[in-house]
Ligand binder design. Sequence first.
Ligand code: F6P
Length: 507
Amino acid sequence: MPSNPALTAAWTHLRGLPRATLTELFAADPKRLALLSARLDLPGGGLRCDWSKTHLDAAHLAGFTALAEAAGFDAAREDLFGGAVINVTEGRAAEHTAQRGVGKDTSVEEAAALHARMASLVNAIHGGALGEVRHLIHIGIGGSALGPALAIDALTRDLALVDVHVVSNIDGCALEQAFAACDPATTLIAMASKTFTTIETITNAQSALAWLRENGVSDPYGRVIALTAAPDKAVEWGIDETRVLPFSESVGGRYSLWSSIGFPVAMAIGAEGFAEFLEGAATMDRHFRDTDGVANLPLRAAFADQLYTRLLGCQTRACFAYDERLALLPSYLQQLEMESNGKSVSKTGEPLDGPSAPITWGGVGTDAQHAVFQLLHQGTVLLPVDFIAVIAPGDDLDPAHHRILLMNCFAQGAALMAGKSAKDPARAYAGNRPSATMLLDELNPAALGALIAFHEHRTFANAVLLGINPFDQFGVELGKSIANAIEKGDASFDASTEALLAEAGLK
Ligand code: F6P
């Protein structure tokens, strides 16, 4: 990889481009900000993206555009939206956009029908069909938990129609914490698992049923809603099919927030709010589908990603949300980007000839400034940073809070780029450190939907430029099967593992 001569030529050209510093780039082009920033209008306010503090310039944009062409980006994008079998290793399409109404007609229709069913159930529950419901314990893991947790945390700071607790870890401490906050008589359980086989989710759900039973709920199964692409398994497990909300097998786990996996989000913000969330994502889908070249925001973000990871050897990329409501965004992006693109072979199985996904990490500003930013400013690694901020505050306190928050966000990008010389080397800042900024007008369901969809498409665009399949995740299987073998007690391991098992009384 790459065996395609046009692709090789595009990479060679990109590698040969001159590398100016960020301040030189600004000095060389008075129109740099206009060239490298853009605004996209969304149903719930706009999103501004600014890549001018990255090392992209006109020559790189042209070079990466040629690379995208050589990588077959247009055709790959058409296949994504057309419902073609692009998850080649698993023989499936990847139809998360159809959940938002943008995709193959039949898939869009099927998703709309399933959403209508979910909305009816949500409205019925809000209307009292299952008695008084004050709490919802949502049990799922990975893609069946991270999206709902992010969306609920981001969108229900002021008011949640139902108090939702997302529990993922098999560690019983997580579930016990949710139990402690809920009244069993007014609690529903959402059991979210695409496959309906995941041991953490099944075990947690069994314990939740036991908790309901032990606390006087006469029909615990009647309090469970299943969210799954394997509805037969949910029914077999004991859940009445009227409370099974299915979704299509062609929606990947980490892309499933838009399907019935979003049920707890709809419970918390209402079915209408959930529809706005889908529409925000659909706006980004249409932008990504219909916009060519560098005006395409997720594609341009992928150009910056490839510049740093592939051309400049950066092993990590950080995302700092300067908004408490987006505190869970970095962990959501970790699964999205690392599970999608953390691969070593191309979609046709050849070893990659360079790095794939960097490690995604991050945190929330301003907290992170007082913890990890030392390394960003003076450490020895080149580390591209994304800042994400929202102009309208999420709090009702003195506006000073939000002003200081935003000023700090913008100050960090400026400081990373400009640096500062000093006689004392310990007090000098080299500068020339890249960052990109995404600035939302407001954080509402539509804007959040668009922000998440932006990152999904950025991840897809990166995969196309790298020639990999972002929709499988075989890397997670080996550890699971070894854990199963330990459980069965019929396998032997290396001396270290055997000793640990013995020490913990597991063998
Ligand atoms: O182990 C990884 C994974 O398969 C993720 O891709 C997925 O989001 C998660 O487990 C949960 O899977 P499920 O929704 O089938 O329980």
